[in-house]
Design a protein around this ligand. Structure first.
Ligand code: IPE
Ligand code: IPE
Ligand code: MG
Length: 253
C-alpha cells in the first residue's frame, strides 16, 4: 500500500543499480572519436562515422526506455565545415540515410525527431528530411532527440540576441532590460530543461562549443571509449555516476 514511497531502482548487474527516480531529464552527448576508431582499424574515416550511427540507434532506444525526456546529440558543429569536403558530404549523406532508415522505428517508439542549430546552411535534402521528420513526430510522447547540426554554442547565443532584438524592435520595447528567462526563450533549446548530464567519449575533455549557455550546471562525464564502441553499459555507467553526484547549484547542503 505504501509502494509509491518506495524508491524505484533497476539492477543492471552486481555493481550497478540505477535509481529510476533520478534519471537525468536531459542527456547531451558529444559523439566523438569516429575518426580515431576507424584509424585504429585501418579503415577510412567514413567507416567510423557509419559505425557511429549504429551507436546512435542503441543509445536513443535505451534513453527512451529509461524515461529520459531529452537527448541532445552533437552531430555536426559550426566548426566542422573546416573538414575536407568529402568528409562533410559523407556526414550529410549518412544523416539522410539515418533519417530515412530509422524513421519508422523511431516513430513507433514515440521518439520526437527534433534538431537544433542553423540547418539553413545544410544541403536542401537534409533540411527537408529534418523538417518532415519533426512534423511527423512532434506530437509523440517519448524522448525528444535533438540532432545538433551546424550547431555552435556561440552561434546560438548570437542568433538568440539577433532574434531578440528583432522581436523587441517590432514590439517597440527594445529599451527594456532583459533577464535570463527572457533570453532563454530565444535559444534553439527554448522550452527544454538544461542538460543534467553531458557525456563526451573519445578521451577529449573539452566542450567544443556545445551548449555553452545551457551547461552552466550540467554534470560532465568523460570516457576514453570511441563513440562507435560506446554502448548501453557505458550509458548506464554514466547515469549511475551522475546519480552519485551532489548537485548543489551554488547552495550549501
Ligand atoms: C565525431 O568524430 C564526429 C563528428 C565530429 C562529426 P570525429 O570525426 O571527430 O572523430 P575523431 O575525433 O577524429 O576521432
Ligand atoms: C565535436 O567534436 C563536434 C561533434 C562531435 C559534432 P570535434 O571532433 O569536432 O571537436 P574537436 O575539434 O576535437 O574539439
Ligand atoms: Mg573529434
Amino acid at each position: 500500500m505504501f509502494n509509491i514511497f518506495k524508491k524505484r531502482s533497476i539492477k543492471i548487474n552486481e555493481q550497478l543499480k540505477l535509481d529510476m527516480d533520478n534519471i537525468p531529464k536531459h542527456i547531451a552527448i558529444i559523439m566523438d572519436g569516429n575518426g580515431r576508431w576507424a584509424k585504429e582499424k585501418n579503415l577510412p574515416r567514413s567507416m567510423g562515422h557509419k559505425a557511429g550511427v549504429e551507436t546512435i540507434r542503441c543509445i536513443v532506444k535505451e534513453c527512451n526506455k529509461l524515461g529520459v525526456k531529452y537527448l541532445t546529440l552533437y552531430a555536426f558543429s559550426t566548426e566542422n565545415w573546416k573538414r575536407p569536403k568529402e568528409e562533410i558530404n559523407t556526414l550529410m549523406g549518412l544523416l539522410i540515410q539515418y533519417l530515412r532508415n530509422e524513421f519508422n522505428e523511431l516513430h513507433e517508439n514515440g521518439v520526437v525527431i527534433n534538431h537544433i542549430g542553423d540547418i539553413t546552411k545544410l544541403p536542401l535534402s537534409c533540411q527537408k528530411e529534418l523538417i518532415s521528420a519533426y512534423e511527423k513526430t512532434k506530437n509523440n510522447t517519448g524522448v525528444t532527440m535533438n540532432l545538433a547540426l551546424n550547431y555552435g554554442g556561440r552561434d546560438e547565443i548570437v542568433y538568440a540576441v539577433n532574434s531578440l532584438i528583432k522581436d523587441f524592435s517590432e514590439k517597440g520595447i527594445l529599451k527594456q532590460p532583459i533577464d535570463e528567462k527572457t533570453f532563454n526563450k530565444y535559444l534553439y533549446t527554448k522550452d527544454m530543461p538544461d542538460p543534467d548530464l553531458i557525456i563526451r567519449p573519445s578521451g577529449e575533455q573539452r566542450i567544443s562549443n556545445f551548449l555553452l549557455w545551457q551547461c552552466a550546471y550540467s554534470e560532465f562525464w568523460y570516457s576514453n571509449i570511441y563513440w562507435p564502441d560506446f554502448g548501453v553499459k557505458d550509458l548506464h555507467k554514466a547515469i549511475a555516476d551522475y546519480q552519485m553526484r551532489d548537485r548543489r547549484f551554488g547552495r550549501v547542503k
